[in-house]
Design a protein around this ligand. Structure first.
Ligand code: NAD
Length: 499
């Protein structure tokens, strides 16, 4: 059988351009390659940026109502293709189909927000700031914007970026993850069907070479990156050195603090879902539980029962709660962490290392793993494992739990489980984390807020989508205006002193 090849989408057409290198795209549930994706050379990035630059000349002048209408049409097409998009995600990423649908819907919500662009881009006006002088401001697009995205949300994370960039009048070059690239090409087709002019949205597939070409390209005005912390830092530094505006979202180690007054059944249910959903491959996954005081033993017993009840299988099987991890390397890395956790002396309460799924013996499956009595010096705690591994730390007091959260270098999300409003208020005030859940395990802000962590989870100062997304993709102009009335002799004298 001929291997399917996934090509770039440049200037409205699919092309392999100058690319000769290829990467294989896995079917993680079967454990075999299902397609190849072309890997861009610099010439391909140049071609995509040139197409976007050319399209910017006219797109920036397209009326706000027309831009909004295209977004409405695109949103409608995304909804009509929901199952197809979710299927592609499930097949290449491995996550279960219902989870993949959820991701597409959360992405679509950003498109819905972008449909309100005429309202969002309203400027300010002050009459008579000085005698017969008015002042006003408005925001203009930047030009060609680039998005570089991770494998774990191949539809949603790019949608945090491109609807906002495009609705605000920019053109866009997306470099999606090479591990699950197909969804981006369907998105490009849907934009075209929605009436978006050629060259406004482009997709370049590739690896470090493509990323570096974007970071160095003189015609790229801004870069949005989402991925692991070391690469986020690198992208932030290199793009900033090249004078670009950049927001780079990194990795995470999200803690759930469980107080003894919490409903432990509720907490255990939600922590299990947040820890093992998508096989732990979410930047907002709960990967650490800090059990305070008496909560510990009862909570661990419940977490054990629930982890053991998670049904692992192919993403397309409706009976599956959790699918495989994305690649054999990911599986190897995750199992290695569990091995080292055991060696370091943590108690392995649930061991998913040996899990084999019937009929899918080659799939990249790892069952849920649960560690108890983990300490902050063990690498199962210090590192982002990005797999279905939940670690429990014990804290004697609430203050100690807050100190643990704050000592961690990541600051993406965190959650508290409690029945005390006072404790929740103390938590939200004192944790140094960007997104906080109160009895909500995965506090991903809705599309009309902005998403972003603190500390090593975000480099740059702008969060993504929502109001901060509008600001990131635009620059403000402030105008001071006077129309002297010559006829009536209102000849204002000019002074040499500062007015
Ligand atoms: P990754 O950092 O390996 O890759 C992200 C992107 O960077 C990909 O497009 C990849 O091709 C590119 N890339 C990889 N290595 C590179 C290099 N050396 N130089 C230049 N570019 C490079 O991340 P991943 O494994 O695809 O995704 C998982 C990571 O993303 C996790 O750390 C997760 O926490 C993080 N993530 C963060 C958020 C957030 O909002 N903070 C959201 C989703 C995922």
């Amino acid at each position: 059988m001929a291997t399917r090849t996934i090509e770039h989408w440049i200037g409205g057409t699919e092309t392999s351009g100058a690319s000769t290198r290829r990467a294989q795209v896995w079917d993680p549930a079967e454990g075999r390659a299902q397609a190849e994706v072309v890997l861009a050379e610099r010439a391909d990035v140049d071609a995509a940026v040139a197409a976007a630059k050319k399209a910017f000349e006219s797109w920036r002048g397209v009326s706000l109502t027309r831009r909004a209408r295209i977004m409405f049409a695109f949103r409608d097409l995304v909804e009509r293709n929901l199952d197809t998009l979710a299927g592609i995600v499930s097949d290449e990423h491995g996550k279960v189909f219902s989870d993949a649908k959820g991701e597409v819907i959360r992405g679509m919500e950003v498109v819905e927000f972008a449909c309100g662009i005429p309202q969002l881009l309203k400027g300010e006006y002050s009459e008579q700031v000085s005698t017969d002088v008015d002042a006003y401001s408005f925001r203009q697009p930047l030009g060609v914007c680039a998005g570089i995205t991770p494998f774990n949300f191949p539809v949603m994370v790019p949608m945090w970026m491109h609807p906002m960039a495009i609705a605000t009048g920019n053109t866009f070059v997306l470099k999606p993850s090479e591990r699950d690239p197909s969804a981006s090409n369907l998105i490009a087709q849907l934009y075209a069907e929605a009436g978006l002019p050629e060259g406004v949205f482009n997709v370049v597939h590739g690896d470090k070479l493509a990323v570096d070409a974007l970071l160095d390209h003189v015609d790229v005005a801004a870069v949005s990156f989402v991925g692991s912390t070391p690469i986020a830092k690198y992208v932030h530094n290199r793009a900033s050195e090249n004078g670009k505006r950049v927001q780079a979202l990194g990795g995470a180690k999200n803690h759930a603090v469980v107080l003894p007054d919490a409903d432990l059944e509720f907490a255990a249910n939600h922590i299990t879902a947040a820890g093992y959903g998508s096989a732990g491959q979410r930047c907002m996954a709960i990967s650490v539980v800090v059990a305070v005081g008496d909560a510990g033993d009862a909570l661990v017993a419940k977490l054990r029962d629930k982890a053991e009840a998670v049904h692992v299988g192919p993403g397309r099987d409706e009976a599956s709660d959790m699918g495989p991890v994305v690649t054999p390397e990911a599986r190897h890395r995750i199992v290695g962490y569990v091995d080292r956790g055991v060696e370091a002396g943590a108690t392995l309460v649930v061991d998913g290392r040996g899990l084999v799924v019937d009929g899918r013996e080659n799939g990249f499956f790892v069952g849920p793993c649960l560690f108890d009595r983990v300490t902050t010096d063990m690498d199962v705690y210090t590192d982002e494992i990005f797999g279905p591994v939940l670690v429990v730390l014990r804290a004697d007091t609430f203050d100690e739990a807050i100190d643990i959260v704050n000592a961690n270098p990541y600051g993406n999300g965190t959650a508290i489980f409690t029945s005390s409003g006072q404790a929740a208020q103390k938590f939200q005030r004192h944790v140094n984390v960007g997104m906080i859940g109160i009895n909500v395990p995965i506090p991903v802000p809705m599309a009309f807020y902005s998403f972003g962590g603190w500390k090593d989870s975000l480099f740059g100062d702008t969060h993504i989508h929502g109001p901060e997304g509008v600001r990131f993709y635009t620059q403000a102009k402030a105008i001071t205006s006077r129309w002297p009335d010559v006829e009536y002799g209102a000849h204002h004298r000019a002074h040499l002193h500062f007015p």
